[in-house]
Design a protein. Sequence first.
Length: 207
Amino acid sequence: MNYSSKYLEKAVEEIGQLPGIGRKTALRLALFLLRQEPERVNGLSKALTDLKEKVIYCRSCGNLSDRELCEICANPSRDHSLVCVVEDIRDVMAIENTGQFKGIYHVLGGVISPMEGIGPSDLNITGLLEKAAKGELSEIIFAMGSTMEGETTTFYLYKKLMDQNLTLSAIARGIAVGDQLEYADEITLARSITNRVPYESSLRQNS
């Protein structure tokens, strides 16, 4: 594609690197921005810069935060002995939208996937094991998606935690096999959290 401006070409090139954005969409977005007032474009630019420079990971759970502790971990009204283990930050958002969970979270940052070269050491697992070993927790809820990788990760964590003096549970299977939490509707997800079952029971159901 021939561009009349090297600046337009560069903008299209950068926008086109975003997930799900093809070359034509990138061009349409670049032309849209070009038609906007400078203040609006500058506002977008600043928001993206702040996003990269100021957003950090919560030192306790791995959630996104503007401070050392995220708002959930810093909230004294949450049940800090109840931890919901999720794959991704988007899963935290999905569960929070249900308004049914009053504990805290632990974000793994992915799932075990040998095909992609992702092992336990690549995930945020150590902090969870340390909390459990300190006796700070009463229950851990496994809330990974029902994919093969999600099930593998859950089973790995179960084996690591099964000797600890705490309850290990899994979300009820209102989530279809192969689904990710972020795509579940809020009612289904809320029921899956509320009607969670002991993890050992879910193993028997799947055997």
